[in-house]
Ligand binder design. Structure first.
Ligand SMILES: NC(=O)C1=CN([C@@H]2O[C@H](COP(=O)(O)OP(=O)(O)OC[C@H]3O[C@@H](n4cnc5c(N)ncnc54)[C@H](OP(=O)(O)O)[C@@H]3O)[C@@H](O)[C@H]2O)C=CC1
Ligand SMILES: CC(=O)C(=O)O
Ligand SMILES: [Mg+2]
Length: 760
């Protein structure tokens, strides 16, 4: 097995899945206003009487609804719950978590707003009628998890009745991704599409649409066998048939799936868990291509396949195996392109454009920033990488332009895109940045799991964070604390830590290393006013000292603390045990993440009034953090002035820092002094043609601690950015401190950053 296959399987308990959905505000969605609504004037504009103006404008010219309402970016995710994933007909209400999930994916991957609508009827006409009148609300309709054959009638009728894109995701989303994967898998195995023999198991929404699309791409009718629960759909079969199945019936002696896959080149599973057996796989042709796409459990697992043969190209619908063939790669981007072109429909040309864009993307060289999204291991087009992963940041600027262009070329775009290059840049700015930044870190740690000490092990939030750390495959979590207290708190919180390999409890007072750590600490502190018994007490009773000693002795890889102590107390504890890395200085770097932009700010934790020399060091360390996060650093040393105007003492310091960096021949882009406005605003540097920054800065070195701290806290509190940190940089061992009272998710994120050794 390759490294990618061997990597830790992501796991979670049923309870965690329920907690995820019920925690905080139940469900996964909320509505956020995009306009201010604070003053009487706002109210008059947003609602009566001001709202009457756009009402009249839309009445006079309906196209202006795209300008005055959210319609242009709004999709309805609509289901009746008759085919929820591969779980079957569990009803409209039970489908709501999936529909909320799809809505969130629309937002996460393509910045499309979506409402979920669960329509409680299995009657085709009633369903059609409840959707057909919703056209004014939405820019597009994504039908989801509606079973076949009703879904075919529903989609067809709604397409006729509505003048916005209506797209049944389980049909076309799935078909598009599977088709892109198959194009690449055929290429890799040297097969000719017109000769390849395909068996599709599952003759429902996904199966029928996939078969139709691959035939449109070149598979020959007689080379494709379709199966359902009754076996092969052959010419003349009468049981369990419908017109959509009949269209693909072939002359064949095969009657069962086992007969059909004998000698077949390709298997598409769009049916149910376990439908394909290892024996069937053993009988397939050389280099078989197996796409087991049933969710949540595939027709056969990659492990089962690899037990019977090692020449298969394997894909599933899941994110925890390589080659995820899942419609999440499609629907966000296809709708993005369709909405932006204001397309009236999503036609076959737009679907095929998406297929080729996806297939081509997997063949392209992977740049550094993208490699980071793939666990740090640069994927190369091949058996384990036939299709981009959903987190690939290029998807957003590759697939929508292809779809929008096809819409324009086929005359269904009401507003064709003028300039595709400008459009691509706009698309890149839509990526959800927080997830992208942390994803790099998480994936890397998954590949190289680490032992992390969670110092405040008796705290409920910390126990939850430790469990989540382990469940996410990031490594081992060490809880420091009294065993009974930890168990008690865990039990009260309803979590079972014993059921979870990967959690260790270390009671400092009883640790076998207690004497070793005490002696070590004594040697460090004996000339700083500490007696042996003081050090003994610190190791016994202070979890930060104990945890830090574990890390210095290599008994753990990293430490996370801070939930119960203020930042500087926790840092002082740690500094009694761990020094700065030789040749480095300790500082705080905060990551301010906003849509389309991530900026690092330093020093947000340590040096109050840095000298010029200090500023040069801070710039260098912060540039290192930027590189570790996958960014090419572009460092602005900030002041209130731009290049000597106006003059002032702090600004002179900054100029001097730039000179020191010049002297050191620093190997990153930097310049100053600059005001925040000029450093950050695109185009503002044009007034300073001599400036060495080639574009807006992504690392800001602040002239002093107060400006660093005040500006980052304001960004966070005013909701302008998500701010992660201050992260401690420059310590000799990886330690990170969370804000006092941090929640479990924040603790896990910071633990992952510690494990990743973000501090260098
Ligand atoms: N990876 C992805 O992106 C996607 C995966 N899927 C998965 O595909 C599967 C089908 O979904 P969908 O098409 O929407 O559902 P439908 O209800 O529309 O169709 C299900 C089809 O599967 C057939 N089937 C069910 N069990 C078996 C079995 N054991 N052997 C052979 N055929 C079987 C049914 O046969 P019959 O007609 O005889 O009842 C029916 O034809 C689900 O598991 C779903 O999760 C769906 C969409 C996207
Ligand atoms: C992925 C999806 O849409 C399904 O399994 O139904
Ligand atoms: Mg679905």
């Amino acid at each position: 097995m390759t490294d990618r296959k061997k990597r830790t399987r992501l796991t979670y308990t049923d309870q965690e899945a329920l907690n995820y959905h019920s925690g905080g505000r139940p469900g996964k969605l909320e509505v956020v206003a995009t306009k201010p609504m604070t003053t009487q004037r706002d109210l008059s504009l947003a609602y009566s009487p001001g709202v009457a103006v756009p009402v009249r404008a839309i009445h006079e010219n309906p196209a202006t609804a795209y300008d005055y309402t959210a319609r242009s970016n709004l999709v309805g995710v609509i289901s009746n719950g008759t085919a929820i994933l591969g779980l079957g007909n569990l009803g409209a209400l039970a489908s709501k978590p999936v529909m909320e999930g799809k809505a969130v994916l629309f937002k996460r991957f393509a910045d499309i707003d979506a409402f979920d609508l669960e329509v409680d009827t299995e009657d085709v006409d009633a369903f059609i009628n409840s959707v057909r009148y919703l056209g004014p609300t939405f820019g597009g309709i994504n039908l989801e998890d509606i079973k076949a054959p009703e879904c075919f009638v529903i989609e067809e009728r709604l397409k006729e009745l509505m003048d916005i894109p209506v797209f049944h995701d389980d049909q076309h989303g799935t078909a598009i991704i599977a088709a892109a994967g198959i194009i690449n898998a055929l290429h890799l195995t040297g097969r000719d599409i017109s000769e390849a023999k395909l068996v599709v198991n599952g003759a429902g929404a996904a199966g029928i649409a996939s078969i139709e699309l691959v035939k449109a791409l070149g598979f020959r009718n007689e080379n494709v066998i379709l199966c359902d629960t009754k076996g092969v759909i052959y010419k003349g079969r009468t049981e369990g048939m419908n017109q959509w199945k009949s269209a693909h019936a072939v002359e064949t002696p095969a009657r069962t799936l086992a007969d059909a896959v004998q000698g077949a080149d390709i298997f598409f599973g769009l049916s149910a868990k376990g439908a394909l057996t290892p024996e069937m796989v053993a009988g397939m042709a050389e280099n078989p291509i197996i796409f087991a796409m049933a969710n949540p459990d595939p027709e056969i697992t990659p492990e089962e396949v690899s037990r019977v043969r090692d020449d298969a190209i394997m894909a599933t619908g899941r994110s925890d195996y390589p080659n995820q063939i899942n419609n999440v790669l499609g629907f966000p981007y296809i709708f993005r392109g369709a909405l932006d072109a204001r397309a009236t429909t999503i036609n076959i040309e737009m679907k095929i454009a998406a297929v080729h864009a996806l297939a081509q993307l997997a063949r392209e060289d992977v740049p550094d920033e993208v490699a980071a999204a793939y666990e740090g291991a640069r994927p190369r087009f091949g058996r384990d990488y036939i299709i981009p992963a959903p987190f690939d940041p290029r998807l957003i600027h590759v697939v929508p332009p292809a779809v929008a262009q096809a819409a324009a070329d086929t005359g269904v775009a009401r507003r064709p895109i003028d300039n595709i290059e400008v459009y691509k840049t706009e698309l890149s700015a839509r990526r959800d940045p927080v997830v992208s930044v942390l994803n790099t870190v998480f994936e890397r740690v998954r590949r190289f799991p680490k032992r992390v000490v969670f110092a405040e092990g008796e705290e409920e939030a910390v126990i939850r964070a430790a469990l989540s750390y382990v469940h996410q495959g990031l490594g081992t979590a060490i809880l420091v604390g009294r065993e009974e207290r930890i168990r008690e708190t865990a039990a009260q919180a309803g979590v079972d830590i014993d059921a979870r390999p990967g959690i260790e409890i270390h009671n400092a007072a009883r640790s076998q290393y207690n004497a070793l750590y005490t002696q070590f600490l004594y040697e460090r502190l004996q000339r700083k006013g500490f007696l042996l018994r003081d050090c003994q007490r610190l190791i016994n009773q202070d979890r930060n000292h104990f945890g830090a000693a574990m890390v210095t002795h290599g008994h753990a890889d990293a430490l996370v603390t801070g939930v119960t102590r203020n930042y500087h107390s926790a840092l002082n504890d740690v500094l009694q045990v761990i020094d700065a890395r030789p040749g480095h200085r300790i500082l705080g770097v905060s990551i301010a993440i906003t849509r389309g932009r991530t900026v690092l700010v330093a020093d947000t934790a340590i040096t109050q009034l840095p000298t010029a020399e200090d500023l040069a060091d801070i710039a260098t360390e912060a540039a290192g953090v930027a590189r570790r996060l996958g960014y090419e650093p572009r460092v602005a040393l900030l002041a209130f002035a731009n290049f000597g105007q106006p003059r002032g003492e702090r600004a002179t310091h900054v100029q001097e820092a730039v000179r020191i960096l010049d002297e050191r021949r620093a190997r990153f882009e930097y310049d100053g002094e600059l005001s925040a406005e000029v450093a950050l605003k695109p185009g503002a540097l044009a007034a300073y043609p001599f400036c060495r920054l080639k574009g807006p800065a992504n690392v800001l070195v602040m002239p002093a601690l107060h400006s660093a701290s005040i500006s980052t806290q304001m960004l966070e509190e005013l909701g302008a950015s998500t701010v992660v940190g201050p992260l401690i940089v420059g310590l000799n061992k990886p330690v990170q401190i969370v804000p006092l009272g941090a929640r479990d998710t924040d603790i896990v994120n910071i633990a992952a950053l510690a494990a990743y050794n973000i501090g260098g």
